[in-house]
Design a protein around this ligand. Structure first.
Ligand SMILES: [Zn+2]
Ligand SMILES: [Zn+2]
Length: 267
């Protein structure tokens, strides 16, 4: 059985020719969920041969446009392509008003049931469960309310369940490592290289070294950096800076498929 994430977009703030805005399709043993939905995500799903109608859940980290502006369009496309299966959207408080307003102003009446779960809690808690996986949400440190997600497969046989975490967008906070302790794959933002530490602090984003420090403190199996600022044409600097702190580091790229493998903690 397979557990992997496919990167739709790995850039921060604005789409470029090299990188689309945030979005990842996670496959947990056949169950498909979307993490974030920046502008262009539905086109990227087609480009990456991801079946739009197979999505069962959408988790939005926060309502900044580069993580959210693709969602109204995706929901409308699912409707226009004949969806009848319900779809669940999990996002910070305010998403219901935003979607209702978009749908009303565009006279879009969805033919499928849209279940919206709004988050406003300040701890880590389970927010969704299905026969294939459970999803927990925990607060991040950003300029607007933002949540990280923990996706854990349901226990199968004698194997322990594999788990991945997604943290985007966030500044550094010492509690972060506790939320993602021991996950097999940590996908976390790394908007800036280390020379932009002051800007990262001001805008509540992470540098490469800070992201790697979270991975090391949490004892995760593998680290996947994403959400790179468009100012970096060459992202090699992120790999160099992060892998000096956490060796098992990978850089996200649009279209990359990254497995969530069993791992031993490597502190
Ligand atoms: Zn962002
Ligand atoms: Zn943001």
């Amino acid at each position: 059985m397979n557990f992997y994430t496919t990167v739709m977009g790995s850039g921060a703030a604005v789409p470029t020719l090299m990188r689309h805005c945030s979005g990842q399709v996670v496959n947990v043993n056949g169950y498909r969920l979307l993490l974030d939905c920046g502008e262009g995500t539905q086109q990227q799903m087609r480009a990456c041969r991801q079946k739009l109608q197979s999505l069962q859940l959408v988790c939005i980290s926060h309502l900044h446009g580069d993580h959210f502006f693709g969602l109204p369009g995706l929901l409308a496309t699912l409707h226009l392509c004949g969806r009848t299966q319900p779809l669940t959207v999990i996002a910070p408080q305010g998403v219901r008003l935003a979607l209702d307003t978009m749908m009303a102003l565009s006279s879009t009446q969805l033919d499928y049931e849209l279940c919206v779960i709004e988050l406003s809690h300040s701890d880590k808690r389970q927010v969704f469960t299905s026969p294939r996986c459970t999803v927990s949400a925990f607060p991040l440190w950003h300029s607007v309310p933002a949540y990280g997600y923990l996706i854990e497969e349901q226990p199968r046989g004698r194997s322990r369940p594999r788990c991945m975490a997604y943290c985007c967008d966030t500044g550094y906070h010492e509690a972060l490592a506790g939320y993602v302790q021991g996950v097999d794959l940590l996908c976390i933002e790394s908007t800036f290289a280390d020379d932009m530490q002051a800007v990262a602090d001001e805008k509540r984003h992470l540098t490469a070294s800070q992201a790697a420090s979270v991975a090391r403190q949490a004892g995760v199996g593998a680290l996947l950096l994403t959400h790179f600022s468009a100012r970096y044409r060459d992202t090699e600097v992120f790999e160099r800076q992060a892998s000096a702190i956490f060796p098992n580091t990978m850089l996200a790229a649009d279209g990359l498929v990254c497995p969530v493998n069993y791992s031993e903690p490597c502190l």
